[in-house]
Design a protein around this ligand. Structure first.
Ligand SMILES: Cc1cc2nc3c(=O)[nH]c(=O)nc-3n(C[C@H](O)[C@H](O)[C@H](O)COP(=O)(O)OP(=O)(O)OC[C@H]3O[C@@H](n4cnc5c(N)ncnc54)[C@H](O)[C@@H]3O)c2cc1C
Length: 399
C-alpha cells in the first residue's frame, strides 16, 4: 500500500441524494465509508430540486409509477423503505413540510435543509466525505476496488456507483456511471432524456406562438411505450414546443415518431358542443372555447379546426368532429430539449445484472449501483428522490 492509499469498508462514488443516504446508512452500521464527488459541494441537484424546496417524496409511491425495462425490479427496495420512513427522518430533523398536490411533499423552507440533514446523517456515521476531486481511475483486483481521486488512492472491498445520470450536464452531471458499469461488464439500457420539454416542428408555429399559455389537459402518447398511461395536469406552450407537468410526465414515455394527444377541456361530456348549439345557437365557437380556455389558445384551436361563426350555423357533424379533435388533439413532436433540460435520465444500468434486494452486481461481488444511474425512472413529483432513498437504503444495509 502506498503512503496515500487509505483503506475503507466501502467507497461510494457520487455525493448526491442516493450516495449520501447510502453512505450514511452504511456508516451508521459501523462501516468505514469514503464518499467521493467531483463537484465542489454535495447534493447540487437536491438544492435546485422542487424549485428550491425539494419535492423529497411522494405519498402515492408505487412500482407502477416508475419506468424500467424490468417493471418488477424496484418493488423490493420501494417496499422496504417507504415515503413514511423518509418522512419520519425529515421530521426527526425538525424540517417543516407540506403536501402540495398529488401526494407531493416539499420542504416549507428550503432544499438546503435536506442536504444539511443528509450531511448530518453522514457525520453520525463517521463518513469521510471528499468533494472537488476528479475520479481518475477505478480498478478491481484481489477482491478490492482501488479508486484514484485527485492525488490519492483509496481501497475497499465494496464500491457503490451513485453518480446519477447525464441530465443537466452544466451542473456536473455525467455518464460516468455507465462507463464504470461497462468496465465491469454490466449492460446499460440506452439512456435518454426524460421529464423533458418536447419540441414542435415549424408547421406547429401557431402553437409555438402561444408561448407562456397554459391549460389543464389529459396527455397521452400513442406509441409502444405509452400503453394506457395518461396524465391530467397542466400543459404549457413554449416558444419551442410543449412543456408543463402533463407534457414532462408523458415525455418519459414518448419515443421519436410517436404522437402525443392532449385532451382539452377534460371535464366536458360527450356531445357538449351539440348541446350548446341547442342552448346558445348565437354563441360563436371561439367564444364558447374561451370561456374555459385561455383566449389565445381558443383562437388557435378554432383556426386549426377551420370553424368560425355561430354554433347554430355549424352542422352537428362538424361539431362532433371538432369535439373529437379537442378530446385527442394530436401533436407530433420532432424532438425534445435533450439532457440539457431533462429533469432525469431514463434508461441506465440494466437491472438484469443487479440484485433487487441489495443493488449488488450479480457477477461482480462488492459492486453496487443505486439511484438515477440505474434503469429505474420515476414520474414527476418526488418519485425519483424516493427511488434514490430506497435503493440507497437497500445497498447501505448490505454493505
Ligand atoms: C432541476 C431538477 C429538479 C428536480 N426536482 C426533483 C424533485 O423535486 N423531486 C424528485 O424526486 N426529483 C427531482 N429531480 C430528480 C432528482 O434530482 C434525481 O433523480 C436525483 O437527484 C437522483 O439522485 P442520485 O443520487 O442518483 O443522482 P444525483 O443527485 O444527480 O447525484 C450524483 C452525484 O454524482 C456526482 N458525479 C457525477 N459524475 C461524477 C464523476 N464523474 N465523478 C464524481 N462524481 C460524479 C455529481 O456531482 C452528483 O453529486 C430533479 C432534477 C432536476 C435536474
Amino acid at each position: 500500500m502506498t503512503k496515500e492509499e487509505k483503506a475503507y469498508d466501502a467507497i461510494v462514488l457520487g455525493a448526491g441524494a442516493a450516495g449520501m443516504f447510502c453512505a450514511a446508512t452504511a456508516g451508521q452500521r459501523g462501516r468505514r465509508v469514503l464518499l467521493l464527488d467531483h463537484a465542489g459541494q454535495p447534493g447540487k441537484k437536491i438544492l435546485i430540486s422542487g424549485g428550491g424546496r425539494c419535492n423529497f417524496t411522494n405519498l402515492h409511491t408505487a412500482p407502477d409509477r416508475y419506468l424500467a425495462q424490468n417493471p418488477h425490479f424496484a418493488k423490493s427496495a420501494l417496499s422496504r423503505y417507504t415515503p413514511a420512513d423518509f418522512l419520519a427522518l425529515v421530521e426527526s430533523h425538525g424540517i417543516a413540510w407540506h403536501e402540495k398536490t398529488l401526494g407531493q411533499l416539499f420542504c416549507d423552507e428550503s432544499a438546503k435543509q435536506i442536504v444539511a440533514m443528509l450531511l448530518e446523517e453522514c457525520a453520525k456515521g463517521g463518513v469521510d466525505l471528499q468533494c472537488g476531486e476528479a475520479i481518475r481511475s477505478v480498478d478491481h483486483a484481489d477482491g478490492l476496488f482501488r479508486v484514484s481521486h485527485g492525488d490519492n488512492t483509496a481501497q475497499a472491498p465494496a464500491l457503490v456507483i451513485a453518480t446519477g445520470g447525464p441530465s443537466i450536464p452544466k451542473m456536473g452531471a455525467t455518464g460516468f456511471a455507465y462507463d464504470l458499469a461497462r468496465q465491469f461488464g454490466l449492460k446499460v439500457v440506452q439512456p435518454r432524456p426524460a421529464l423533458v420539454p418536447l419540441t414542435l416542428p415549424a408547421e406547429d408555429a401557431l402553437f409555438r406562438d402561444l408561448s407562456g399559455v397554459s391549460t389543464e389537459v389529459i396527455a397521452r402518447v400513442n406509441g409502444k411505450g405509452g400503453g394506457k398511461v395518461a396524465f391530467r395536469e397542466a400543459a404549457l406552450f413554449t416558444h419551442r414546443g410543449l412543456s408543463g407537468p402533463a407534457i414532462l410526465q408523458i415525455s418519459s414515455y414518448w419515443q421519436r415518431g410517436d404522437t402525443i394527444t392532449t385532451q382539452f377541456l377534460p371535464d366536458r361530456e360527450e356531445g357538449w358542443l351539440k348541446t350548446l348549439k341547442r342552448e346558445r345557437p348565437k354563441a360563436g365557437l371561439r367564444k364558447v372555447l374561451s370561456e374555459d380556455l385561455p383566449d389565445r389558445l381558443a383562437e388557435a384551436l378554432c383556426e386549426r379546426l377551420g370553424l368560425s361563426g355561430d354554433l347554430g350555423n355549424l352542422s352537428d357533424k362538424a361539431l362532433a368532429a371538432a369535439e373529437a379533435r379537442l378530446a385527442r388533439w394530436p401533436f407530433v413532436p420532432n424532438g425534445s430539449e435533450g439532457f440539457a433540460k431533462a429533469e432525469v435520465t431514463a434508461g441506465g444500468i440494466d437491472t438484469s445484472g443487479l440484485s433487487s434486494k441489495t443493488m449488488e452486481a450479480r457477477k461482480v461481488p462488492g459492486l453496487y449501483a443505486i439511484g438515477e444511474a440505474v434503469d429505474v425512472t420515476g414520474w414527476l413529483g418526488g418519485y425519483n428522490f424516493q427511488w434514490a432513498w430506497a435503493s440507497a437504503r437497500a445497498a447501505g444495509l448490505a454493505l
